[in-house]
Design a protein around this ligand. Structure first.
Ligand code: KG4
Ligand code: ZN
Length: 346
């Protein structure tokens, strides 16, 4: 499909339904490549899943069906646009939960057909990489991105949009998954990251010497041993303060994330380092990220909390770039629950 927005201002509707947030946003991309978020609406399903202690795929897809139309309507209204103002509709097509992805992609295709504009399939991980660019018009490349979410932990070297190199990844649990599992074990509820973050502010980071797995060993991560250490420590010390466990566990995760990110940034000669993904909302990680960047003479990019966790503004931004450089996606393209970031991009 040809695109008539090359080099001009483009306005896209983005839709995100890969996991437990139903989100829609309208983003404008100016001719100079900068983004303006005209609206960003999110309906969170967290309360629906909390009683199960994690995301239940069937519950998620049903909730997306119920929430999507109101969320899209809210995003269009807040942005003050309708179909005639849009140049395309972008939706997350993977990775994620297959039923949930299908809800967003089917809706995006239907809207694109009605409005006679291109549909753009967006990779959720690539969308996270666009989050820092929503608020920072002048991103310096090479950029080192630490993408840390409930499903992924990756160090990515970025030479520019679309040019990604996977430098390191987790060999077992994702960082967010470790937060969620430890919180569940401690009976703190779901999702665990925000609760541990809050508790940790009242605990001592050096109360318990949890292991820093693979700290000096390459750029890959491993968090399952740390989770087991927390469980063993609490079993052996039932009276331990939850605040100290939270602070010491969080410090162990952050120590490894920051140390490897610095090393990866050195390796690619990064001019800036950015956080992305839900765990990027962690207050201690953000603090340590700023300190590390300053110590190494690099710019630190910290997306706002609303653009760290799943949102559709990042999907619309990635969609704007894809539409301009690669054109729209076929209307018969499917979803891919395991869509990898790097092998898909030349
Ligand atoms: O990117 P995201 O919204 O969804 C995925 O694509 O996974 O990330 C969700 C993850 C959850 O594991 C959640 O516990 C974690 O991000 N998270 C946090 C914080 N806020 C969310 N982890 C640590 N500290 C936080 N403040
Ligand atoms: Zn995500």
């Amino acid at each position: 499909m040809t695109v008539d927005v090359v080099g001009e201002r483009a306005v896209l509707l983005g839709i995100e339904t890969s996991c437990d947030e139903t989100a829609a946003a309208v983003v404008a991309r100016a001719a100079d490549g900068t983004f303006e978020v005209l609206s960003s609406a999110v309906a969170s399903q967290i309360e629906l899943h909390a009683r199960f202690g994690g995301v239940v795929p069937e519950v998620a897809s049903r909730a997306h069906i119920e929430s999507l139309n109101p969320v899209v309507a809210e995003a269009l209204l807040e942005a003050g646009v309708d179909g005639a103002d849009l140049h395309g509709v972008a939706a997350t097509a993977g990775p994620g939960l297959v039923g949930s992805l299908l809800v967003g992609v089917s809706a995006a295709k239907a809207l694109a057909m009605v409005w006679d504009v291109p549909f753009v399939a967006v990779n959720h991980l690539e969308a996270h990489l666009f989050a820092p660019m929503l608020e920072e018009p002048d991103v310096a490349f090479p950029l080192l991105v630490l993408l840390v979410s409930g499903g992924h932990t990756m160090l990515i070297g970025m030479e520019g949009p679309g040019e990604y190199r996977l430098l390191g990844r987790t060999l077992d649990d994702a960082a967010g998954e470790a937060f969620d599992k430890v919180a569940r074990y401690l009976g703190l509820g779901y999702p665990g990251g925000p609760v541990i973050d809050r508790l940790a502010t009242r605990g001592a980071i050096d109360a318990i010497a949890f292991p820093r797995s693979m700290l000096h060993d390459g750029l890959d991560f491993s968090f399952s041993g740390l989770k087991t250490s927390v469980v063993n420590h609490v079993r052996r010390n039932p009276d331990v303060e939850a605040t100290d466990v939270a602070a010491s566990f969080q410090e162990a995760v952050v120590d490894v994330l920051v140390a490897k990110a610095r090393r990866a940034a050195d390796g690619i000669g990064a001019r800036a380092m950015s956080l992305a993904g839900g765990v990027a909302a962690n207050s201690r990680l953000r603090e340590r990220w700023l300190d590390a960047a300053m110590a190494d003479g690099r710019r630190a990019l910290l997306p706002s909390l609303a653009y760290c966790t799943d949102n559709a503004a990042m999907v619309a931004a990635a969609g704007c770039w894809r539409l301009r450089t690669r054109g729209g996606s076929p209307l018969d393209s499917g979803v891919d629950p395991n869509w990898a970031l790097v092998p898909t991009l030349a």
